[in-house]
Design a protein around this ligand. Structure first.
Ligand SMILES: CC(=O)CC(=O)C(=O)O
Ligand SMILES: [Mg+2]
Length: 223
């Protein structure tokens, strides 16, 4: 393969590692206990969708939720990364949505099953363009927002994360090797809710970036 740039990380086919319940107010709204260590799950690279393409509601869900999140793009591989050098592994950031089939997730939770159907379907990870590291000098001071059809649904600061970006990098790298081009979704603030076919989702980071996606419905494979 020729030279490729991490600024187009979504084309690399790398891991998308997601952190759940990283904001107390969001854990509370879903009646979840506060975690004592990060809750992790994965999305495949086929979950990526960029502005200009649609978010598809999976045919098996009738309660697709938005979750706006700060994404961290890895620029340097590592295992067992010490907390003190964790930020050296960051190339930049992206604004991300962790689209979640909440009805399916609730059933999985009740049965003690993994969240794959709820979280890892195609188009479940809309992402913005790459944001160079210098544009976000402190990942603990990022103001995230999300609107549906012009109405604000989520607004929250990464200052309220339970586990910080450097802590997450260090922790995750003790579980699985981190590679250049990996993306970490750092969890969502409160205000998650349903979206439907034809809705328009707008999301942003104050003074940094915004993005817009339309929602459509994926036809059943038997149709
Ligand atoms: C309950 C969840 O879906 C956890 C999650 O993804 C989060 O961001 O929190
Ligand atoms: Mg999430």
């Amino acid at each position: 393969m020729g030279t490729r740039s991490v600024t187009r990380f979504w084309e690399w086919g790398r891991k998308i590692i997601c952190v759940g319940r990283n904001y107390a107010e969001h854990a509370k709204e879903l009646k979840n206990e506060l975690p004592t260590e990060p809750v992790l799950f994965l999305k495949p690279p086929t979950a990526y969708v960029k502005e200009g393409s649609e978010i598809l509601v999976p045919h098996y869900s009738s309660d697709l939720h938005h979750e706006v999140e700060l994404g961290v793009v890895l620029g340097k591989a590592g295992r067992e990364i010490p907390l003190s050098s964790a930020m050296e592994h960051v190339a930049g950031y992206a604004l991300c949505l962790d689209m979640t089939a909440r009805d399916v997730q609730d059933k999985c939770k009740a049965k003690g099953l993994p969240w794959t159907l709820a979280k890892a379907f195609d188009t479940s990870c809309p992402v913005s363009d790459f944001i160079p590291k210098e544009r976000i000098p402190d990942p603990a001071r990022v103001e995230l927002w999300l609107k549906v059809n012009g109405v604000t649904r989520q607004r929250g600061s990464t200052a309220h994360m339970i586990f910080s970006v450097p802590y997450l990098i260090s922790y995750i790298s003790g579980v699985m090797a981190l590679e250049e081009g990996d993306l970490i979704l750092t969890g969502t603030p409160k205000g998650v809710g349903a979206v439907h076919e034809h809705d328009e989702i707008q999301a942003g980071i104050d003074d940094v970036i915004s993005m817009t996606f339309k929602v459509s419905r994926r036809a059943s494979i038997t149709q």
